[in-house]
Design a protein around this ligand. Structure first.
Ligand code: ADP
Ligand code: MG
Length: 832
């Protein structure tokens, strides 16, 4: 049995939970702590710090600690949200810069990490801690994400989960998850309920209204403030404490770590004040003279400091209700979610708005999102193969259709920069360390422990070997009737046949998804509010007007701005238009959203069969695809031109890179850094071209103009020719490149005139020009040879200048015959 971990990957705090003995249970990372701060840092000596340790390191060196990375997930550096988040992180934090692909890079110490890699480090730690705490391997995960997360943010979340060694079986909306934890949307005969989820966390406020019915969740409205949460309250209280310190203190110079210390004390006091009406704050030593801050803070005063911000959340809540065309009376229940919703002022204000009886505070607001994720993990009845999309059995390790693994890939950690990577990674994607010798730890499958006698039974056993008792924890939910625990994913109790409260909810899209048309505008294919998984693909008709051989680009964007490029890119798929003579073709685009809003795109041109593409991985920014397309174009031309002359070794190396480039052009992310791929491809091609070019020169100069070359250069050319040949056979591109440079050096020394003469004679010798021109070049060439033999210098010069003129004619003629360039076309709207 494969266990699935429920993960609330929070902005400030992450929590894990699982289903134990049929009930959801939070997995405590450490005694007294339900969560792990979503913080990553590097200590002075380069050790990796995650969670509380990293948070503590903030006091020492904030430039090596990254918090609130969730705000950067799946976004471009230029995204105003990212800029805002960076400003919010304030002075002294890590350097955050634009990645070459337009994404975000975070510098910790000597290395730069992507938000996905930082999140993967957090998730990796959560996985290990959870496995150690409960003695069970978690190879799969359900991870929660805010309701407003778009395709790219969800894709980034999945990618981080994958990097951490999980098969991410679902990305679940946080409010839906909270509702599941409150037991909503699970019963078979429950009436629809309208639920407002008020989620005030550490760094964000989200409010959503859901309609829950057995089997699905409708989102009626989502609102929020991405930059408002408990950390602001800590800040306000810390400022207040500082004022007090200034008024009583010695007034001496403060030390770098002081403000972090005071903030920490402020957070502690804030939490105390949720349960007590006043609290003591003591911080020492502070400043150079070791001051002591000792104050009493009462709740009333704290509330006055944060009242305005709480009011903002209440206003947003009210507005969300109004925008959903509802009245507060229409809300059946209000779920309080997020650590900061424990603040009594919050409860008070919401009770005034909705009535106290509607407030649900019975499930711990700090952990309820993770509990819902755990519940979801056992409502899932099949695992989708990431490759062929087949629905597979939960017990399977690999897809029965295509053998793709259905559990996370064991990971290794780079010893230098600590980034996690799949086991078979050769080179670290962050710091290029050699990882080939590292082996991942495969956690041993845990036995089934008998609840009656404590006997450890085999993994798959249903009855205890020793006492015959039913082995209670089969990983699924407890039957409400007979209280035995079932297998995950069942709809009926396997013991008493009672109906199980199984209702994996479906969700609706928060924003529309559209395609970019030829004039750059966006045409919506999937409306906002569409329920997914979609029962059948949503089909739309377009047409394409193009020349045969042109490329058709289908770019899907999420959002509703015009032009299309202002919206987030979900993915791009490229199709080669078939040969044929019609230049206007009918195009059908069909979009299907699966359980976690991954897009399956089907395209049919002129009644031909559908071609499919799936957008699920981190989509590539347009700039990257453009570069990949250009590089790929050069690769293809090169391969087509030299196909018959490449050595086996050369062809193999080129083909490997060409395949990776084609993937990128199709909109798929390659399994390594894109930038490196493009750089390496460019370099490889340049070297190949140089080597090819040099090889040609080593043949042509001696063959066509030997008599015009100094003896030394002629000998060098011939010897380079044989060296290049053996370099090419051994695919020794570095050495080959050096020799090629030397050959090009000789070409320069011999001068341009001789080069042109040689080129013209070489072209004329293999039918590379039209017959008349060929004839004239050959005649001039014969004259040249004759003059050279006779030592007639004036004759040589005259023949040379005749040939260079003919060379120019030849270039003009070749230019006229250039193949027309392939265009990229996009769908056009059908005429009305
Ligand atoms: P997020 O989802 O943003 O990661 P959480 O829901 O985990 O955040 O909430 C973390 C925040 O809740 C922190 O700012 C923490 O100080 C605050 N918090 C936790 N418990 C309490 C409490 N009892 N009273 C007030 N604030 C609390
Ligand atoms: Mg949260």
């Amino acid at each position: 049995m494969h266990r699935t971990l429920g993960i609330d990957l929070g902005t400030t705090n992450s929590v894990t939970a699982w289903i134990k003995d049929g009930e959801p249970e939070v997995i405590a990372a450490a005694p007294e702590e339900n969560g792990t701060p979503s913080v990553v840092g590097l200590s002075g000596d380069g050790a990796l710090l995650v969670g509380r340790e990293a948070l503590n390191w903030l006091e020492r060196d904030a430039s090596r600690v990254i918090a609130t990375v969730k705000r950067l997930m799946g976004r471009q550096f230029q995204d105003p949200k990212v800029q805002q988040a960076i400003r919010r992180m304030g002075q002294g934090g890590p350097q955050i810069t634009e990645a070459p692909d337009g994404g975000v890079l975070i510098r910790l110490g000597d290395h730069e990490y992507t938000p996905v890699q930082i999140s993967a480090i957090i998730l990796g730690r959560l996985k290990r801690d959870a496995e150690a705490a409960v003695g069970t391997a978690f190879s799969r995960a359900v991870i929660t994400a805010p309701a407003y997360f778009g395709e790219r943010q969800i894709a980034a979340t999945r990618e981080a989960g994958g990097l951490a060694g999980f098969q991410v079986v679902r990305v679940l909306m946080e409010p839906t998850s909270a509702a599941l934890a409150h037991g909503l949307g699970r019963g078979q005969d429950a009436d629809p309920a309208t639920v407002l989820v008020y989620d005030l966390g550490g760094g964000t406020f989200d409010v959503s209204i859901l309609t829950l019915m057995p089997g699905f969740v409708d989102v009626l409205g989502v609102n929020g403030d991405n930059l408002l949460g408990g950390t602001d309250f800590d800040g306000s209280l810390a400022d207040h404490l500082l004022e007090l310190l200034d008024s009583h203190g010695s007034g001496d110079q403060s030390l770098p770590g002081d403000s972090a210390k005071i903030r920490k004390a402020a957070e502690h006091a804030k939490i105390q004040l949720s349960a007590a009406s006043s609290t003591e704050v003591i911080v020492s030593p502070l400043g150079e003279s070791g001051d002591v801050l000792s104050e009493t803070v009462d709740r009333k005063h704290f509330e006055s400091l944060i009242a305005e911000r709480i009011e903002t959340t209440v206003d947003l809540t009210r507005r969300t209700v109004t925008e959903a065309s509802l009245l507060p009376e229409d809300i059946d229940q209000v779920l309080l979610v997020g650590g900061s919703s424990a603040i009594p002022l919050v409860t008070e204000r919401l009770a005034e708005l909705f009535g106290r009886e509607k407030l649900r505070t019975d499930v711990d607001p700090m952990t309820c999102v993770s509990l819902g994720a755990a519940i979801q993990s056992v409502l899932i009845d099949t695992i989708d193969c990431l490759n062929c999309r087949a629905a597979c059995r939960l017990d399977d390790d690999t897809c029965s259709g295509c053998a793709t693994p259905l559990v996370g890939t064991p990971t290794i950690e780079c010893p230098a920069c600590h980034v996690p990577a799949p086991e078979d990674t050769g080179t670290c994607p962050v710091c290029a360390s050699d990882l080939s010798a590292l082996v991942a730890e495969h956690p041993a499958p845990s036995p089934s422990v008998c609840g009656e006698c404590g006997e450890e039974n085999a993994l798959e056993a249903l009855e205890c070997d020793l006492c015959g008792a039913q082995l209670r924890d089969s990983g699924g939910l407890k039957c409400p009737k007979c209280t035995l625990v079932n297998q995950p994913g069942l709809t009926w109790c396997s013991f008493c046949d009672a109906e199980l409260p199984v209702a994996a909810p479906s969700d609706v899209t928060p924003r529309p998804i559209g395609v970019r048309t030829n004039d750059g505008s966006l045409v919506i294919l999937v409306e906002a509010g569409t329920r997914y998984p979609t029962e059948q693909p949503l089909r739309h008709d377009f047409y394409v007007s193009a020349n045969p051989g042109d490329m058709l680009e289908i770019a899907l964007h999420e959002g509703d701005f015009q032009p299309a490029e202002r919206n987030d890119l979900c993915g791009v798929s490229m199709y080669e238009l078939p040969e044929g003579n019609t230049d206007t073709k009918a195009l059908t685009i069909a979009v299907h959203l699966d359980k976690d809003r991954s897009i399956q795109l089907e395209t049919r041109l002129d009644g031909a069969s559908f071609s499919r593409a799936v957008f699920r991985r981190n989509p590539l920014p347009p700039e990257f695809r453009r570069r990949a397309r250009e590089t790929n174009g050069r690769f293809q031309t090169f391969l087509a031109t030299w196909r018959h002359e490449l050595t086996q070794a050369e062809a193999a190396v080129l083909a490997e890179t060409a395949t990776a480039l084609e993937q990128v052009v199709k909109g798929e992310a390659p399994g390594r850094s894109l930038d490196t791929l493009l750089e390496e491809a460019d370099e490889l091609l340049e070297r190949q071209q140089n080597v090819r070019w040099a090889t040609a020169l080593t043949y042509r100069y001696p063959h066509h103009v030997a008599e015009l070359m100094p003896e030394e250069e002629l000998k060098a050319m011939r010897s380079h020719r044989s060296t290049l040949k053996s370099m090419r056979e051994a695919a020794d591109f570095d050495r080959g490149h050096q020799i090629a440079q030397e050959v090009l050096g000789i070409r320069r020394r011999l001068g341009n005139d001789l080069y042109e003469v040689m080129s013209a004679l070489a072209s004329a010798s293999h039918n590379g020009v039209n017959p008349a021109l060929q004839q004239r070049i050959q005649t001039a060439g014969d004259g040249l040879t004759e003059a050279a033999r006779q030592g007639d210098l004036a004759g040589v010069d005259a023949a040379k200048s005749r040939i260079t003129d003919l060379y120019r004619d030849m270039l003009r003629e070749q230019a006229a015959f250039q193949a027309p360039e392939r265009k990229t076309v996009r769908p056009e709207k059908p005429p009305r």
